[in-house]
Design a protein around this ligand. Structure first.
Ligand code: FEO
Length: 403
């Protein structure tokens, strides 16, 4: 029996789960795996919507056969050329040499860099173009930079299904449950925010443009290319994406530190206690050496407060903290209140470079940084309390109704 699931009538999920790969893009931990979702519309004309990563192509071809038997595939719609979705294209072209490939003008340039194709079989579509499969009528909407420049989405006007590719996608394999009414939403929400903040978030302004373009189009079901299909409550993930792409945050603080021998970590604990004493309940604490930055950035995308600490390391910032700061700048994270602290033994460097980061990223520094020589002790703790109090004050002003 093949692993396929009916989405609606002629539309089937034929994706694959990848529980073997350790790192997505060879960078982001796949603790709970990932799914590569592809869909087939078995109409008078047969269309595939995206494919899967090459490592799962064999299972994928079996899934296709279990739906269409000996029929041929007429079209492959390429919403996005990143190899986690286009990896199996070569196998499809090999199996169905006459298949028509559908994408936009930018898709073709990337496609021909990866595959040798017969360009006579390539159909270039523009914004708003339609494709008639018989019963299903599809419409193509260009959504550049959600997540690459060629990215587009496909809208089935018949069943009102949005094939959204990376948008609304999550890390985490599909463990039996395929639809949102069959899963634990909280788990996938966290993994969706980790996918969004680390993969798509840099292009949040383009996500907002895509929202405006799709505004008013009725959507019954969102078929993303990673994670669950949103059919029971697609509005819930639309709202989350809208919020994240507008950099809307919540009342809470992420504290991250780099510490060699525990002194900077002690400062983090003192700040956290003062935050609690000043009415802040949502506090996430991370040792930058221990937790992968993708989880830290996921939570920074959620909470407005950010407090960063670094010991001095060879007169510079602690390397793991420097990596986090570089990634935050690269992802163009916006709209946070920032506090800074750190320690040193014989020379500074941690706090000084955190200040440079604050300037570059243009976060509001809520108080003077707290910098301690040696260990935190009774005589040098005042500024840690000031940072916590100022942070709590601003968060309570920003989110008066949240706890
Ligand atoms: Fe899931 Fe941009 O690839």
């Amino acid at each position: 029996m093949q692993n396929t699931v009916e989405v609606s009538g002629k539309v089937h999920w034929i994706g694959t789960n990848d529980r073997r790969t350790h790192l997505f893009e060879n960078m982001w931990p796949l603790e709970h795996g990932v799914s590569y979702n592809s869909y087939i519309i078995n109409d008078e004309k047969v269309a595939l919507v995206d494919t899967v990563e090459i490592g799962t192509a064999s299972e994928y071809l079996d899934n296709i056969k279990s739906i269409i038997g000996d029929k041929k595939i007429d079209y492959v719609i390429i919403n996005h050329m990143e190899p986690d979705h286009s990896g199996a294209l070569g196998a499809i072209i090999h199996r169905f040499p006459d298949v028509k490939l559908i994408g936009n003008i930018k898709t073709l340039k990337i496609l021909t860099a990866y595959f040798t194709i017969n360009e006579e079989n390539y159909i270039t579509v523009n914004d708003g173009d339609e494709l008639d499969l018989g019963y299903h009528k599809l419409k193509f909407v260009m959504t550049p930079w959600v997540h690459w420049p060629e990215t587009m989405v496909t809208y089935d006007t018949t069943d009102k299904i949005l094939f959204s590719c990376d948008a609304f996608g999550t890390f985490g394999s599909l463990d039996g449950g395929i639809f949102d009414d069959e899963i634990n939403f909280e788990f996938y929400e966290e993994e969706m925010r980790r996918y969004y903040s680390n993969i798509v978030g840099k292009y949040s302004n383009m996500v907002q443009k895509a929202f405006k373009k799709l505004d008013g189009i009725p959507v019954n079901t969102i078929c993303s290319s990673h994670g669950p299909i949103w059919r029971e409550n697609p509005g819930r993930v639309l709202d989350l994406y809208n919020k994240w792409s507008k950099y809307e945050t919540e009342r809470g603080v992420v504290i991250v530190w780099g510490s060699m021998y525990g002194n900077t970590e002690k400062m983090a604990d003192i700040i956290a206690r003062h935050l609690v004493n000043n009415g802040i309940k949502n506090i996430k604490m991370y040792d930058a050496s221990k937790t992968h930055i993708s989880y830290i950035i996921r939570d920074i995308w959620k909470y407005k407060g950010l407090i960063l600490g670094s010991c001095a390391y060879n007169s510079a910032m602690y390397p793991k903290m420097a990596q986090l700061c570089a990634e935050l700048e690269h992802m163009q994270v916006k709209e946070h209140h920032l506090g800074i602290f750190g320690s040193y033994s014989w020379n500074g460097g941690g706090v000084k470079n955190l200040m440079k980061f604050a300037e570059n990223i243009e976060f509001e520094l809520i108080a003077e940084p707290a910098e301690i020589k040696g260990s935190p002790s009774e005589g040098n703790l005042d500024q840690l309390e000031v940072i916590a109090k100022e942070m709590a004050k601003r968060l309570k002003e920003d989110f008066p109704t949240q706890s």
